[in-house]
Write a protein that binds this ligand. Sequence first.
Ligand code: 9Z3
Length: 344
Amino acid sequence: MSPIHQVQFHTSFPDTSAAIDRRIPEFAPAHISDEDKYFRNHEPPAYLPEIEKEIEQFIQFHKENTNRRIVLVTSGGTTVPLENNTVRFIDNFSAGTRGATSAEYFLENGYAVIFLHREYSLLPYSRHYSHSTNCFLDFMTENNGKIEINSKYTEEMLLVLRKYNQAQANNTLLLIPFTTVNQYLYTLKSAAEKMHVLGSTALFYLAAAVSDFFIPKSRLSEHKIQSSATVDGQLQINLSQVPKFLSRLVDNWAQGAMFVSFKLETDSNILIQKATTALERYHHQLVIGNLLQTRKNEVVFVTPNDSHWIKLTEDEIKDHIEIESRMIPEVIKHHSEWITQHPN
Ligand code: 9Z3
């Protein structure tokens, strides 16, 4: 099987060609949902049709050739531009570690992965090297005029390289970038609608940190905000709530698939309650709760019937065991049960 060539998209440049259209009503007519209103009043990224083609080909390839289950992993934080010609933006915290690491364990367990990630955040496999030294050249050494990998890294790098090459050869990893929350929402919707054909064998693993607030396009300043726009030296920015898209995803875009969302809190007293509320609101299957402070060492799986923790022991933490190596087999167990209960 020859790997399908993946097109490289760049999402981090502001869309300077899209002049702001003040005719768009800030409050759309009644009777349409907030989600519909959002898509009516915000334009899709110009590259979206090409990405849709890539996703469709990927799904088709696995349907026809491998019959693998497909998981869409979202990873990294979304930005909220403050200006149309964006100089300033609000960002959401996430390095992309959870998403990139989880994607590797899904691949190891036989899944094909659509990796919807914040451009330039951590990626599966390269994550082991891209941020762990000041410069990638630190992994290299010179030997008689030739470049070699420093011997202290070779053993581990060979293992990573083999897994990476296997993913390439099997065409099991599709990288799709986003930067802004608008790009994220449109791409998620498109990907989900394409994955609809997979029914219960599709899995959504939503680890990205998605902004809850944004500035609607109708209120976005076209050019860089000037200091003269301040009142008494204070800049006032009004943010609106990003519509809750999870219910659309579960009920419409990819109905029948299994959905795992993440709940991030900083206060341990409210974590399980917030996860339970999310399950009740969106009627999906699993919420994984984590606290900012301890997210690498413990998570809580919350389902409609049960909640239980996965915690690394002190020794496991010392041995650099990744918590995703425990989480993903358990998520897959839930997915297998889901497929059995909901055969296509
Ligand atoms: C998470 O909770 C992720 O586990 C982290 C991973 C963002 C904490 P890192 O990339 O961090 O490893 O540095 N993701 C979901 C965060 C989020 O925005 N959740 C929303 C919420 O809590 C629901 S979609 O309300």
